[in-house]
Design a protein around this ligand. Structure first.
Ligand code: BDR
Ligand code: CA
Length: 306
C-alpha cells in the first residue's frame, strides 16, 4: 500500500461535513493531520465543538484548531435551516472532554504544512476564509500544498441564490483568492455534489450497523438538504470520495472566476473559450459523478459491518 496521503480538513460541521470527516478518519489511505474549523453552517464556537465531538466519537487522535469567525467582508449567514440549531441535527453526542489546540487554525495549518518536505492536501468543505488568509499570510506554504480539494461553487446555479452555492455565497472574496493562488485546485461544485446522494436503502443499512451507523442514520434523518426517498445529497463527502476514488468523477480543466460583488456574488463562472484567456486554466472542475457507484462506495466506507 502507498503511504497515506497527508491531509488537513478545513470544515464547518455540518451533517455532510461529519460524514466526510468520518470517512477520512476511518480510511487508512488518508492521514488526517489537523481539523481546522471555520464558521459556516453554524457559528465557529459550535463548528469547533462539533469537530471535537466527532473526533472523540471516532476515538481519533487528531488536533482540532479553531479558525475564523466571519468571512473576509460579508456577514455570515448560517444554515441552521439545513443542519439544525447545533449543526448536527440535535444528535446527543457526549460532551467533549478535549479542547481545541491553542493556535489559531491558520497558524496551525501553516505549521503542519511546513513541518515536513512531504506535500499536504487541504480538503476545504466550508467557507474559504481560513484557506485564503493562510495563502496570503504565508505564501511559502504554496509549494508544499499538493492540492486544495474544494466543495463549493456551482457551474449551473446555486442553493442560496439562483447563482451562488452556500460556501462561496458566504465568502466569495476568499474563494476568489484561493482560485487565483496558483496552487492546484479541484472543485466539486453543487451541480455535481447534488448527485452525490444517499437513499432510504442506505439509511436502513446504516441503522442496522451498530453505534456509528446509528449516529450517521440519525443525523441524515435530520438533514434538510433533500429527502432520503428522492436522494439526499451529501455534498462534502464528494471531496474525500474524489481523493480516495477519483474514477467516480469526470473532470475538466477550466478557467474559473468567482463573482465577488453584486446580486450574483458567490457565483462561479467559467470561460467557454479557453483560447481567449491568457495562461493555463486554474481549476480542475468535476463535471460529473457516477451516482450509483458513489452511493455504493459511501456504504462501503461508512458501514463496514453492513
Ligand atoms: C455546502 O454548504 C454547507 O451547508 C454544506 O456543509 C456544504 O459544505 C453545500 O452547499
Ligand atoms: Ca460544509
Amino acid at each position: 500500500m502507498k503511504d497515506p496521503r497527508r491531509i488537513i480538513i478545513d470544515t464547518d460541521p455540518g451533517i455532510d461535513d461529519a460524514l466526510a470527516i468520518a470517512i477520512a478518519l476511518k480510511n487508512p489511505q488518508l492521514d488526517v493531520r489537523l481539523i481546522s474549523t471555520v464558521a459556516g453552517n453554524v457559528p465557529v464556537s459550535q463548528t469547533t465543538e462539533n469537530a471535537l465531538k466527532l473526533v472523540e466519537f471516532f476515538g481519533a487522535d487528531v488536533p482540532v484548531a479553531r479558525g475564523c469567525e466571519q468571512p473576509l467582508f460579508r456577514v455570515l449567514e448560517c444554515s441552521t435551516y439545513v443542519h439544525g440549531k447545533d449543526g448536527m441535527g440535535g444528535f446527543e453526542f457526549p460532551v467533549p472532554v478535549s479542547k481545541p489546540i491553542e493556535k489559531h487554525s491558520i497558524i496551525a495549518m501553516r505549521d503542519e504544512i511546513m513541518s515536513t518536505e512531504e506535500k499536504t492536501t487541504i480538503v476545504a468543505i466550508g467557507i474559504e476564509t481560513n484557506v485564503a488568509i493562510l495563502l496570503k499570510m504565508y505564501p511559502e506554504v504554496k509549494e508544499r500544498i499538493e492540492e486544495i480539494v474544494i466543495m463549493g461553487g456551482s457551474m449551473i446555479g446555486g442553493n442560496v441564490t439562483s447563482s451562488a452555492e452556500f460556501n462561496f455565497y458566504n465568502d466569495p472574496h476568499a474563494a476568489e483568492i484561493v482560485f487565483r493562488s496558483g496552487v492546484p485546485i479541484t472543485m466539486l461544485g453543487l451541480d455535481v455534489t447534488n448527485y452525490g446522494r444517499l437513499y432510504t436503502g442506505t439509511n436502513e443499512k446504516l441503522k442496522k450497523s451498530g453505534r456509528e451507523g446509528q449516529m450517521f442514520s440519525a443525523i441524515l434523518e435530520k438533514y434538510v438538504a433533500g429527502t432520503l426517498e428522492t436522494g439526499l445529497p451529501v455534498h462534502d463527502v464528494c471531496t474525500v470520495a474524489y481523493l480516495l476514488k477519483p474514477e467516480l468523477f469526470e473532470t475538466d480543466m477550466k478557467h474559473v472566476m468567482v463573482q465577488t460583488e453584486g446580486p450574483a456574488a458567490g457565483a462561479t463562472v467559467f470561460h467557454r473559450r479557453p483560447e481567449m484567456v491568457e495562461g493555463e486554466p486554474n481549476v480542475k472542475v468535476c463535471t460529473g459523478v457516477d451516482e450509483p457507484a458513489f452511493e455504493e462506495w459511501v456504504v462501503s466506507q461508512l458501514c463496514g459491518e453492513c
